[in-house]
Design a protein around this ligand. Structure first.
Ligand SMILES: Cc1cc2nc3c(=O)[nH]c(=O)nc-3n(C[C@H](O)[C@H](O)[C@H](O)COP(=O)(O)OP(=O)(O)OC[C@H]3O[C@@H](n4cnc5c(N)ncnc54)[C@H](O)[C@@H]3O)c2cc1C
Length: 310
């Protein structure tokens, strides 16, 4: 048997055990990442390596209510080949709407927005964390576990062009404020005043103005973060806090056999992908996927070729 059920970023129990109680309260962006394979092997004497390491938590925009066209495409080899060909040969202007639907849907807003002066508020129009100090950990305690990024006119203008992008798939594309206005009207709100913005977001009357006034008044004079200035204002959100993926896979040997007591292989049990990451640290674009493809193919072949017991 080959265990290949992914990682455990969406399992509070394993996250609590290997990462900590704060981490356990932040969900995984991938709902199916419940660590079922790891749990099965743990019950048989297996062990998890690097269980404390993960990408996140980070802020991500909620997905659109309806799946985008690109998200609905089936994983056919022919279609994938056509997409690769299109990326290499079609003019950028033709590709941009498709690429933008991905970049504005799946990817994280840059934390640099907060360095530039954006603030993060909850459904009550209140700041609830220092925006530049891992605010994602505070999000599970907020109403609806949701928050909005508020930009004044200066910050919105800054993030309208390179080098100030809202989100990116590095080397593929960059999305700016106007890309969100066009592609994600469900998470884009603009208004001339803070009162109007708070009203559009169903926040209590006066709350957002009070938050901004208090924030601007309490900022230390030497703060590197500029105060919130004049409108018109833009709110991007809701954002949620999520873990993206984690490194906590089972200990395996070079043949992908799951190791049990005294590092002896558990008979007939193999693991691949995130479940059988075996202590590998996969830093860099595409390395996790490459490991999943390569280890899955190898583990499947080795398991099929192994002599069966009895
Ligand atoms: C938002 C996001 C962005 C990412 N970006 C990148 C990137 O740019 N580059 C990169 O290299 N990696 C990236 N990763 C990580 C990469 O996707 C994973 O490392 C990789 O998919 C792991 O492959 P896997 O086959 O081990 O697990 P998965 O792809 O998670 O597949 C596991 C499968 O097992 C199924 N499953 C789970 N439990 C059970 C059960 N009990 N019974 C039956 N089936 C079950 C799940 O439904 C799922 O289909 C990203 C991950 C996420 C979530």
């Amino acid at each position: 048997m080959v265990l290949a059920t992914g990682d455990f970023t969406n399992d509070p129990e394993l996250k609590g055990r290997f990462m900590g109680p704060r981490e356990a309260r932040v969900p995984g962006v991938n709902e199916t990442a419940t660590g079922d394979g790891q749990k099965l092997a743990l019950a048989l004497g297996g062990r998890i390596l690097n269980g404390d390491l993960a990408l996140g938590p980070e802020l991500r925009f909620i997905p659109p209510r309806h799946k985008t066209l690109t998200a609905r495409l089936p994983p056919w080899r022919l279609l994938a080949g056509l997409m690769v060909w299109s990326m290499d040969h079609l003019p950028a202007a033709l590709l941009r709407p498709f690429v933008m639907s991905f970049v504005t849907t799946t990817l994280a807003p840059t934390p640099a927005l907060f360095d530039s002066g954006a603030i993060l508020v909850n459904r009550h129009g209140q700041r609830f964390a220092e925006e530049t100090d891992a605010p994602a950990f505070a999000l599970p305690d907020q109403p609806e576990q949701a928050a909005w990024i508020v930009l004044d006119a200066r910050v919105a203008g800054l993030y309208a062009a390179w080098p100030h992008f809202v989100s990116t798939a590095p080397g593929v594309a960059y999305a700016y404020v106007d890309d969100y206005r066009r592609n994600r009207p469900d998470i884009f709100t603009a208004a001339p005043t803070l009162a109007a913005l708070g009203g559009c977001l169903a926040m209590p009357a006066g709350a957002l103005e009070r938050t901004v006034a208090d924030y601007n008044a309490a900022r230390p004079a030497m703060s590197p973060r500029p105060p919130v200035g004049e409108g018109p204002y833009v709110a991007l959100g809701p954002v949620k806090a999520v873990f993206i993926h984690n490194e906590g896979g089972l200990a395996v040997d070079a043949e992908h056999r799951v190791l049990g007591a005294d590092d002896r292989p558990i008979p007939g049990l193999y693991a691949a992908g995130a479940t059988g990451q075996g202590g590998l640290l996969l830093k860099g674009h595409g390395h996790h996927l490459a490991w999943a493809f390569a280890s899955g193919r190898r583990a499947g072949r080795l398991a099929a070729a192994a002599p069966t017991a009895g």
